[in-house]
Design a protein around this ligand. Structure first.
Ligand code: PEP
Ligand code: MN
Length: 353
């Protein structure tokens, strides 16, 4: 696939390209007030969800087509580009009718090839930038498949948005970053612009800044961040939206490091290592939590912390598995013993509390 630049004047010059705006368009006043503040702070692309895919029925499902004239109004008043999510052919026709400049496909839609194909068919012959969020599940091929469907419909101004991957475990992130997945996407398609959505990854305002910095350190091209004039009263995703003012502070504080061309290959590999290390830490933390739960069970049922039989069995099996995966016996033993030792320490501490 040979992607073209998004070609949105005034946005391509420097990293990051920032798309900002509320999770959802709620009222004309809220949309205009937010957009005006963002535009005054130099934001060039305004996002607002018109049709909202909600996990359960009964939640706020978006204002629907009624909100499209508000976006047109935003463009007339501020000159800012507008962007919204499309999930069906009807959404595409409606958004185009009202002159929306950029469309994005949401995570739930990317996961459904029928829906993506329907959107691709509706877009045939239209030359508009389209951003494709990763599917909710960590499946790179499914993400690439959605990108291919849109590309094959003749749209080549495509970018990918990394918004994290759904998981049952929502302790730190709303959606697990699993950075190695977007990084692998970049390795395969180096000219596909990559955006990061720290609002949906983090699910919390305070994670927007560190996640944005991480994305910049990994050389992402852009950010899509939820911003609302009064986030606390937002009708959807209120915990992960910031005021345009706070957004401005976050963006100003970002450190943008440019990588030298000659080390590009090394940079890619290092980004993979960064991502994998983060994943390793998350998995390790998850393992420690489960281990703690086992500790609680042992305490309640008066079971000894170290059960030699179980330990030897684990160790032997794991070492053999590790060797099958190409790692040395000694390395496996060192790592697994260290993990086990820490689990025992944590459980003993818990039992003696
Ligand atoms: C959104 O951008 O508001 C949204 C619904 O995101 P996602 O598809 O990433 O859940
Ligand atoms: Mn949202």
């Amino acid at each position: 696939m040979d992607f073209q630049p998004l070609n949105l004047q005034g946005t391509d010059a420097k990293r990051p390209i920032v798309i900002a705006g509320p999770c959802s368009a709620e009222t004309e006043e809220q949309v205009l007030a937010t957009a005006k503040q963002l535009a005054a702070n130099g934001i060039k692309i305004f996002r607002a969800g018109i049709w909202k895919p909600r996990t359960k029925p009964g939640g706020f499902e978006g204002v629907g087509s009624e909100g499209l004239p508000w976006l047109r109004h935003v463009k007339q008043e501020t000159g800012i580009y507008t962007a919204t999510e499309v999930a069906t052919a009807k959404h595409v026709y409606e958004a185009l009718k009202y002159g929306v400049d950029v469309l994005w496909i949401g995570a739930r839609t990317t996961a459904n090839p029928f829906a993506v194909q329907e959107i691709a068919d509706a877009l045939k012959g239209v030359d508009i930038p389209i951003l494709i969020k990763n599917p909710v599940n960590p499946d790179l091929e499914l993400w690439i498949g959605a990108i291919e469907r849109i590309y094959n419909a003749g749209l080549h101004k495509i970018a990918a948005i990394h918004r994290g991957f759904s998981s049952y475990d929502k302790k730190v992130y709303r959606n697990q970053p699993q950075w190695h997945i977007p990084i692998e996407l970049h390795r395969r398609y180096p000219n596909l612009p990559l955006f990061c959505d720290p609002s949906h990854i983090g699910g919390k305002r305070e994670l927007i800044a560190p996640l944005s910095q991480q994305a910049m350190d990994m050389q992402f091209d852009g950010l899509i961040i939820e911003s609302h004039c009064t986030p606390d009263t937002a009708w959807s995703d209120k915990d992960q939206q910031v005021t345009p003012e706070i957004l401005d502070v976050i963006l100003r504080k970002l450190v943008i490091r440019e990588m030298k061309q000659s080390t590009e290959d090394l940079v890619d590999l290092r980004r993979q290592i960064d991502g994998l290390d983060n994943d390793l830490l998350e998995i390790l933390a998850k393992r420690m939590r489960v281990s703690k739960e086992i500790g609680t069970y042992k305490k309640e049922h008066d079971v000894a912390v170290v059960q030699t039989g179980r330990y030897n069995e684990i160790l032997e099996k794991r070492i053999a598995n590790g060797e099958k995966l190409g790692m040395s016996h000694d390395f496996m033993r060192t790592i697994l013993e260290a993990i086990h030792e820490e689990s025992v320490r944590v459980q003993v501490e818990l039992i003696n509390k």
